[in-house]
Design a protein around this ligand. Structure first.
Ligand code: SF4
Length: 210
């Protein structure tokens, strides 16, 4: 795809979503990290539902450790993988207290040593908390970038590498959220709303319906 078209895609998306940001609800970097850990294979809406009460009982790493694995599990049992996530949230909180003075690390290497934090979670935290120009690739980002023809990739890692090369500098910090919002509300997995799509002219998806 021509760089002129890529520029146009991100300009149009920015106009359509003027204030792109995560839909997860949190009060500080710690709660952001926990919400992102919980969001693996779960929707933001379902995570927000459980963190409303979880963060009331345990707003800090210390309180989370006091709540304990069973207590955490009780709050988050309605979302997928709750057993593993409860363990990860507890152990991550412990490590934050012991090694990071209860602060959230600002490097990918340090973040990825925390239980439940992989490449994508670290990328989201670095992007949202510290404004880093990362483009973590979730299911929406992967689908939308491939449908549009921005990339032709088979894995999230490959997709992120490619996007980091082609997305114009000025749109890099918000590209992740722009693609997610477009995927969530317009270029939906089953039935993309091509008629209402602001970038249908630029889209190279052979099955687009407009
Ligand atoms: S035209 Fe359709 S397939 Fe292409 S980006 Fe828009 S919604 Fe998605």
């Amino acid at each position: 795809m021509l760089s002129k078209s890529i520029q146009r895609i991100f300009r149009l998306l920015s106009e359509h979503f003027p204030n792109p940001q995560t839909e997860l609800i949190f009060n500080d970097h710690y709660q952001l990290l926990i919400a992102v850990i919980l969001s693996a294979q779960a929707t933001d809406v379902s995570v927000n539902r459980v963190t409303t009460t979880l963060f009331k009982d345990a707003p800090t790493p210390t309180k989370m450790v006091q709540l304990g694995e069973k207590g955490i599990k009780n709050h988050i049992k309605s979302i997928g993988l709750s057993n593993t996530k409860a363990k990860n949230v507890l152990n991550t909180s412990r490590i934050l207290i012991e090694k990071h003075d209860s602060k959230i690390p600002d490097t990918r290497d340090a973040l990825e040593t925390l239980p439940g934090v992989g490449n994508k979670t670290a990328g989201v935290v670095l992007n949202v908390a510290y404004g880093e120009a990362t483009i973590p690739v979730d299911t929406h980002v992967f689908r939308v970038s491939n449908r549009l023809g921005l990339v032709k990739t088979k894995t999230p890692t490959e997709t992120e590498k490619r996007l980091l090369k082609i997305v114009p500098q000025e749109f890099l910090p918000k590209a992740h959220h722009l693609l997610i919002l477009h995927g969530r509300y317009v270029c939906k997995a089953r039935k993309p709303l091509c008629m209402d799509c602001c970038i249908k002219q630029q889209c190279e998806y052979p099955e687009k319906t407009a």
